[in-house]
Design a protein around this ligand. Structure first.
Ligand code: ARG
Length: 254
């Protein structure tokens, strides 16, 4: 073996020893099952209905998995465990309304977005509705969300109170332990639809987000296969049907 061949062999062995992801696309395909993780506390996107996972992104994820020729299999966990679990190879895809951000993109690989939305102010006081109105106020957010990071950056916000789930933040608001909360605008709409007499007011949209599924950092083959299958369900009318069912409109990104 000459020096070049030796070098090529060493390079090959090194590449084999450091795979970019533990479950590359061919391993997932061979297995036939796509392991999906979500939270299950974020209606109407992912929640439990009669002890079954339900919601817009649960249904979209299942359409995408089937388009890929895979059987979807779910796990439900706390929101802040979902992205770190990808790094530990505990599931293949996390899908729980994660906005694509530069910071998250350092830790995971995002697929194409499955919807666009934004953070919205919700309060018990109709006069408290814009980002400016939040100055001097106590604001509730869910831990680990983009809203938690963004509210902290707003000028003059008195303090930000973190809650493990969005519904915990909502309870704090309902019992007036905080002045307002920031959550997804469709989550806020659903809240108002479900509890029209609870006194919640929906204020302004304060952020814009592209929401996507995530895979382990570097697993671009899986991310690309997901994005292609997502495009196919967007093209064949099945995405639109699910979106109409939950929102009476199509919420795909423009
Ligand atoms: N869109 C926000 C974010 O990217 C909130 C997502 C919250 N998701 C959930 N399943 N609770 O952080």
């Amino acid at each position: 073996m000459n020096i070049l061949q030796t070098f090529a062999l060493v390079a090959l062995l090194c590449a084999g020893a450091t795979p970019l992801a533990a479950r590359p696309l061919d391993a997932v395909r061979k297995d036939g099952t796509l392991l999906l993780a979500t939270e299950g506390q974020y209606a109407p996107f992912n929640y439990f209905k009669d002890q079954q996972l339900a919601g817009f992104e649960v249904e979209v994820a299942e359409l995408v998995a089937r388009k890929m020729g895979l059987r979807p299999q779910w796990k439900a966990l706390g929101f802040d465990a979902l992205l770190t679990g990808l790094q530990q190879d505990r599931w293949d895809v996390a899908i729980a309304s994660h906005a694509i951000t530069d910071e998250r993109a350092k830790a995971v690989t995002f697929t194409a977005p499955h919807y666009c939305s934004g953070g919205t102010v919700v309060s018990m006081n109709p006069a408290l509705r814009s980002a400016r109105d939040l100055a001097g106020k106590l604001i509730a957010v869910q831990t680990g969300t983009t809203y938690a990071a963004e509210v902290r950056r707003l000028p003059g916000v008195k303090s930000v109170k973190n809650f493990p789930s969005d519904s915990d933040a909502r309870s704090a608001l309902a019992s007036r332990r905080v002045d307002a909360m920031v959550t997804d605008r469709f989550v806020a709409k659903e809240l108002l639809r479900k509890s029209p007499n609870a006194g919640f007011h929906i204020g302004d949209r304060v952020t814009t987000e592209r929401i996507a599924a995530a895979v382990k950092l570097g697993n671009t083959a899986l991310a690309d296969a997901w994005s292609q299958a997502l495009q196919a369900v967007m093209d064949d009318g099945s995405y639109a049907q699910v979106s109409q069912k939950y929102f009476q409109e199509d919420i795909r990104c423009p």
